[in-house]
Ligand binder design. Sequence first.
Ligand code: MN
Length: 294
Amino acid sequence: MTTGTALMKDVIGIYRPGSTHMVGDGFPVRNLFPSNELDREVSPFLMLDYAGPQYFTPTAHPRGVGEHPHRGFETVTIVYAGMVAHRDSAGNAGVIGPGDVQWMTAASGIVHEEFHEKEFAKNGGTLHAIQLWVNLPKTSKMSAPSYQTILNTAIPAIELEGGLGRVRVIAGSFQGRNGPARTVTPIELYDLHLRAGGAASVDLPEGHNASSFVMQGRASGNGPDAAGEAELIVYGRSGSHVTIEASEDSRILVLAGRPIEEPIARYGPFVMNTQAELVQAVNDYRAGKMGHLR
Ligand code: MN
């Protein structure tokens, strides 16, 4: 099927969370990948953890994840409700709230902590967020770490025709509007809110992987089968067009990008190309080469 000259992408499958677990004591997540073994189909993305929505009772001791390292990729945190505080060994710190995004390039290595922000923890409230891990190509895995705080106000929001939806462009370009995130390889990351009966027409570069994650509501993409809450529609690599149609009020994250065609070697918080590089990562971390939190 085509729309104009754009070839519709096929649907490979619709996936439910493959695991559910706590990250530290602050992030109750449903994992869509890698638990569904979708490495090739979702590259350059490595991980999608969907946190909450969950209510947390007030506490004087913020919940979260203490000091831990990363090397070889980026962590992207998108907050929908609640406040998340971050601090890392490269000297970066920040707090993100609803609509904000933190794009952290661990690259050669950082040590960081991720907690509920102090006041949010003290008052209690609902935490609702997504964390993605984005792979880096071999040539950038050992680059210097960097950090982008992308506030809601910096993210272009495009109202869809008919007033039935809104697209926030975090990365890549949608209808000529560019997202603020600086990415190492080409990535499109769109945060959609569609009302019942709303549709978004998404044009992507040919050959990019693409998927749409339905956080809340119910929506289909290029086909009759709809995805419900916490389900991921994964599209084939060929073709360039996706039409997303919501049958209920829905929140959807569209993830797309040029695949990184390199071997993936994973060990916990490290993602490299070879086992030897993983051993090096563990040794470098233990030797303090990824730094420490002050
Ligand atoms: Mn982390």
